[in-house]
Design a protein around this ligand. Structure first.
Ligand code: AMP
Length: 499
């Protein structure tokens, strides 16, 4: 068995062209991941595909390699732009993801005469227009910038043979579906379409119905599951002691690269500054930063000069950092699926990872929602000197940790939270809308009816704790039982980085 739970299979068995196999060998991939083994033959056969795959599963190569092969017969060494029309269009929700997908396209197409380009907002449009006018077969784009380019009349979609919609669920979250629909309407009816999404809500299924023809459905992980190579841990801690605990964790463990999540941009900046003051090489990444600043922070993080990157959910989406071993949730997300997206940065392609969450009393209800979604009861460990508030009660309403008849933990207030999340998305969209020539960017989330305040509907009405790994299992009494946070072990902090 390989790391991904499949019998060994070779890229050579998938019917890919020798020049693509050479490029794969250069990447150092020993064997296809499950999504690659399943999707490549389907895409090569020209079928539509609906792929249920999280980031980290190797999905980019799963769609890029066979699509490159399908357009290979049209590859031309001619310098004439007319010989290089757009044949494959790949849409990604964020600039970071678009850049990442394009890097993959370039890597896999290095030995074939196919041209590719990547276009995204927040940077000067003119160089992108110039590049497109030279002719490109594969265009990777964020929806907003693509519409800008369409308005500038520098794109012709008459030769588009295939469309890829990557991270469709995040497209929906960010309110991009109207833009995507507009783009789809400009493409030839006769085309191959592939849609990838980590989760499949009713809205995504509706979009797939409109976009795909008799698609083959491939799911490499169960809906809303997390990578089995990730160890989850909760440190119950009073809200005001979180910063000090974070500094202690970062100092005491052999962390090399840590992505720290906060809920708001303001908190992101503040926390990064405080970590810097504590002598920790930290930076932040969020939607208010310019594209240059974001790329600079990401590069510094990748090359190791910044050890801790503090990020918001939206900004972190699509970050591909090889072998990122640790994610710390400084604050829990209010939408449980965002927990899965956050920790999708670690444990990628079968590698081990650790997801640590600092949880204060008022966040326990969010923890409960997350545990229901991922079907794991997460081990809770109190770090000495960083105890939670007296009214930290798990599960909410339980009696085990309540030291005094205190008020119940703050209710989750889903509507208020949904509003603040919308505000954050809106701010990102305002940034997009501030680009010249855009009047049709959606100014509000849920233009297509998506409602963040909706409670999560589990696929299983009675979720059972099914630990994904031995470490999580240690923390499990039984899901139905009140769960007392475990007392600390002396070796705990030192061991964190090696889990
Ligand atoms: P993705 O899910 O496409 O974002 O890919 C996640 C990571 O897995 C990227 O860093 C890829 O370079 C890596 N990857 C993709 N395919 C393979 C493979 N067959 N073997 C090992 N790593 C891979």
């Amino acid at each position: 068995m390989n790391d991904f739970g499949l019998l060994p299979m070779r890229f050579d068995d998938l019917g890919l062209a020798p020049d693509l196999l050479r490029a794969i060998a250069d990447q150092g991939y020993a064997e296809p991941t499950p999504i690659q083994a399943q999707a490549i033959p389907i895409v090569l056969a020209g079928q539509d595909l609906m792929g249920g795959a999280q980031t980290g599963t190797g999905k980019t190569a799963a769609f890029t390699l066979p699509l490159l092969q399908r357009i290979l017969p049209f590859a031309s060494a001619s310098p004439s732009p007319a010989r290089h029309p757009v044949r494959v269009l790949m849409l990604a929700p964020t600039r970071e993801l678009a850049i990442q997908v394009h890097e993959s396209v370039r890597g896999y197409s290095k030995y074939v005469p196919l041209r590719s380009a990547c276009v995204y907002g927040g940077v000067d449009i003119k160089p992108q227009i110039a590049e497109i006018r030279l002719g490109v077969e594969v265009l990777v784009a964020t929806p907003g910038r693509l519409l800008d380019l369409i308005e500038q009349r520098c794109l012709n979609f008459g030769s588009v043979q295939a469309l890829v919609l990557d991270e469709a669920d995040r497209m929906l979250d960010m309110g991009f579906i109207p833009d995507v629909t507009r783009i789809i309407n400009l493409l030839p009816q006769q085309r191959q379409s592939l849609l990838f999404s980590a989760t499949f809500s009713e809205e995504i299924k509706k979009l797939a119905d409109r976009m795909l023809k008799s698609p083959v459905l491939i799911e490499v992980a169960r809906r809303n599951t997390v990578s089995e190579t990730i160890t989850h841990r909760v440190h119950p801690v009073a809200a005001e002691a979180k910063r000090a605990l974070l500094v202690k964790l970062l100092r005491s463990s052999d962390f090399n690269q840590v992505l720290v999540f906060t809920r708001t941009k303001i908190e992101t900046n503040k926390l990064a500054r405080e970590l810097q003051r504590a002598g920790i090489a930290a930076d932040s990444i969020h939607g208010d930063k310019s594209q240059q600043e974001r790329l600079k922070a990401l590069e510094a993080f990748k090359d190791g000069s910044v050890l801790v990157l503090v990020a918001t959910d939206v900004a972190a989406r699509g970050l591909d950092i090889d072998e990122l071993p640790h994610v710390i949730n400084f604050e829990l997300p209010r939408t449980p699926e965002d927990y899965i997206h956050r920790i999708g940065r670690t444990g990628r392609a079968g590698k081990p990872g650790t997801a640590v969450s600092l949880v204060s009393a008022s966040e326990v209800p969010y923890l409960v929602d997350i545990e229901k979604l991922i079907r794991i009861q997460v081990e809770q460990i109190v770090v000495p000197g960083f105890e939670p508030e007296d009214d930290y009660t798990y599960p909410p309403g339980g009696e085990r940790r309540r030291r005094q008849p205190a008020a119940a933990p703050a209710p989750p207030a889903p509507l208020a939270t949904a509003r603040s999340e919308r505000t954050q998305f809106r701010a990102e969209q305002r940034e997009a809308a501030s680009r010249p020539g855009i009047s049709r960017r959606p100014h509000h989330i849920a233009a297509d009816g998506f409602d963040f305040s909706k409670p999560y509907e589990s696929a299983d009405p009675h979720p059972v704790a099914t630990p994904a790994d031995g470490n999580a299992a240690k923390g499990i009494a039984r899901v139905e039982q009140p769960h007392k946070p475990r007392r600390p072990l002396a070796a705990l902090l030192g061991g964190l980085g090696r889990k």
